[in-house]
Write a protein that binds this ligand. Structure first.
Ligand code: SF4
Length: 231
């Protein structure tokens, strides 16, 4: 029977994207195949992060949370949840049967696995990563991922002081034939360690104006959960 590394399961408000402010159950998987320099979940990155959970244990935990207050959706997040595709598919199918919506958060570089999960997702919250933040080019994988289920997808791009105009133009090029996919530009949240190099507001605005000049449905929003003081 499939098991997966789970770091935490909790109820909170969605702090990003199109479902901003919605109370959701968050299931955070351990392990990630990228290393973004602004990562706000460093404890989730290791392949040994968290503990091995069975599907039965996770289902019981989710149902217990649902008894405390009503949640419309489960946010499958990480780390990278698609690294645990077999377990994730079983859980997403179960969640649908229980009446939850599936809010799948992914770093957008595993198109074959995304194809398996997309049919069970109600929302695909997909990052497109800039090489200036990850130290590697993932454009080809992103271009494949954004075309898997565009009708359910919104794209988020995290901006830092290192973000370049050519990178933002490349994102816009990838989304060129998908005019209805919402694009969210999100300035990286500064952290207490000083590791994250935040983008200057005027530079973020310049990227926003550039994106808005080329497509509709562009937003510039910060992460809200640090501002609200919730995790
Ligand atoms: S993809 Fe997400 S979890 Fe993985 S390193 Fe980047 S920000 Fe962190």
């Amino acid at each position: 029977m499939a098991r997966a590394r789970i770091v935490e399961v909790f109820s909170s408000l969605q702090g990003e994207g199109l479902r901003l402010g919605e109370r959701q159950i968050f299931v955070r998987f351990g392990g990630c195949n990228l290393r973004c320099d602004y990562c706000d979940e460093p404890l989730s990155l290791s392949s040994s992060a968290g503990a091995l959970w069975s599907a039965a244990r996770l289902k019981a935990r989710i149902l217990a949370l649902q008894r405390t207050r009503r949640h419309r959706a489960i946010s499958w997040t990480g780390g990278e949840p698609l690294l645990w595709a077999e377990f994730l598919l079983e859980m997403m199918a179960w969640a649908k049967r229980k009446g939850f919506e599936n809010h799948l958060e992914t770093n957008g570089v595993l198109p074959a696995r995304l194809k398996l999960a997309a049919g069970l997702a109600d929302v695909v919250a997909m990052d497109v990563k800039l090489p200036s933040a990850t130290g590697r080019s993932t454009w080809r994988a992103h271009a494949a991922c954004v075309h898997v289920a565009p009708e359910k997808t919104f794209v988020k791009v995290v901006l830092t002081a290192a973000s370049r105009t050519a990178e933002v133009r490349r994102v816009l090029k990838i989304l060129e034939d998908l005019p209805d996919v919402p694009l969210i530009l999100q300035p990286a949240t500064p952290d207490l360690t000083g590791k994250v190099r935040p983008i200057a507001p005027e530079r973020a605005m310049a990227f926003f104006r550039l994106a808005r000049s080329m497509r509709k449905g562009v937003r510039l929003t910060p992460q809200w959960h640090p501002i609200w003081g919730v995790r």
